[in-house]
Design a protein around this ligand. Structure first.
Ligand code: SAH
Length: 364
């Protein structure tokens, strides 16, 4: 069997059947697959791993996604909004600690007060860090004008997870209304690419009703959309959300974790030159979760530098790791972890997606 794994790994084009097969692997065959892919990937992409300091600056959200702990309908979530000064301090921290890049993430809002604030904030951060800090943002669905404004203000990468590329499943995990429209989300990804962002998306793994075939389709969706970056991690049920009622029907947490790593390794084979993040949700299941992801295909890690007082309130899912550590503890612990995974940190580098630049060359 591991013969057929090495044959699949060598294939020029992976099809849906190959991907479903790889995703479903268990036990020794799975170990072989991950190891072979890890080696294959190090040989081609090298050992570098890039940091993005993550600031989850607000958990106010206008959306009501059925899986998410900060959904509008969760009245037990304590809401916060970190002030600009503290966000800029966090950006300076990332800069001083040679992280190279920052990720700003928050619940989804599209009112003008919010979008103007983000524009001003991006400019301030650029100024405070001599234009040296790369900025990724993950602030949901917006109009083209807003995306353009944020791009002009200095953000150059954008993450917007599709959550699942299967339309039917999408509407099982979101309300079926204008505010949670599947096509609109895809349209937003296209707009982000048009504006010029390095564009990232991703899915959750182990959702209720989800199958290996659907996950294989997710990988093919990333390829068809020609995205530059992907962040994906296991679904972790949250008690205060509608999907909690399916908790007994889910894959066990450990299996969700395993399949998440299978997804990362398979995606690395499918899209060798994109950036793949080792999602924080991996660490909520396995203390070494993110390091394992770095071994088998991920090349980006996002140390959480949200000021500690609010970190525990950005609970998308329960059991979120590192919610009680200061930023400094986190960076020390991470550099050791990255080295343990046999990787090197690309300090002071933006660590842009090679795929993005290859895409520009293809266009000429
Ligand atoms: N508002 C931003 C990002 C906020 S949440 C946006 O709309 O893009 C960031 C990601 O956390 C989501 O895209 C989702 O994939 C993930 N997430 C939310 N709830 C989760 C859960 N219960 N388990 C695992 N991941 C979850």
């Amino acid at each position: 069997m591991s013969n057929s794994i090495s044959e699949i790994i060598k294939k020029e084009k992976l099809n849906k059947a190959d991907l479903s097969y790889l995703l479903s692997l268990e036990g020794k065959e799975r170990d072989d697959f991950l190891k072979q892919t890890g080696n294959h990937y190090i040989n081609s992409l090298g050992k570098k791993v890039y940091f993005r300091g993550l600031v989850e600056f607000s958990n106010y959200c206008t959306k009501d996604c059925y899986y998410c702990g900060i959904r509008k309908g969760n009245s037990s979530s304590e809401r916060y909004d970190i002030d600009d000064e503290a966000i800029i301090d966090a950006a300076k921290f990332a800069h001083e600690n040679r992280y190279g890049s920052l990720v700003l993430q928050a619940g989804e809002r599209s009112d003008k007060i919010f979008t103007d604030r983000v524009t001003a904030l991006l400019k301030e951060i650029k100024k405070a860090t001599n234009g040296e800090l790369g900025i990724t943002i993950s602030l949901g669905e917006q109009t083209e004008e807003v995306y353009q404004e944020w791009f002009n203000a200095g953000a150059h990468r954008y993450l917007l997870r599709i959550e699942t590329s299967n339309k039917e499943l999408y509407y099982k995990i979101h309300p079926k209304d204008e505010q949670h429209n599947f096509e609109k989300r895809i349209e937003c990804l296209r707009t982000l690419q048009k504006v010029g962002f390095q564009t990232g998306t991703g899915v959750m793994i182990g959702l209720p009703f989800q199958t290996y075939d659907q996950l294989a389709d997710d990988l093919l969706f990333f390829k068809a959309m020609n995205v530059d970056m992907v962040g994906m991690g296991p679904f972790i049920e949250h008690t205060e959300t509608p999907l909690y009622k399916y908790k007994d029907d889910l894959w066990p947490l450990q299996r969700r974790f395993e399949v998440a790593l299978n997804m990362i390794a398979s995606l690395r084979l499918l899209m060798p030159d994109i950036n793949i993040a080792a999602a924080t949700a991996l660490q909520a299941i396995d203390p070494m979760g993110r390091e394992k992801a770095l071994r088998y295909g991920a090349n980006v890690i996002m140390p959480n530098i949200t000021p500690t007082t609010h970190r525990k309130d950005y609970t998308l899912y329960e059991n979120k790791p590192c919610t009680d550590e200061g930023a400094e503890d986190c960076s020390n612990c991470l550099s050791i972890r990255v080295e343990m995974a046999g990787r090197e940190i690309g300090y002071n580098q933006w660590g842009d997606s090679k795929h993005f630049f290859n895409r520009q060359i293809d266009k000429q």
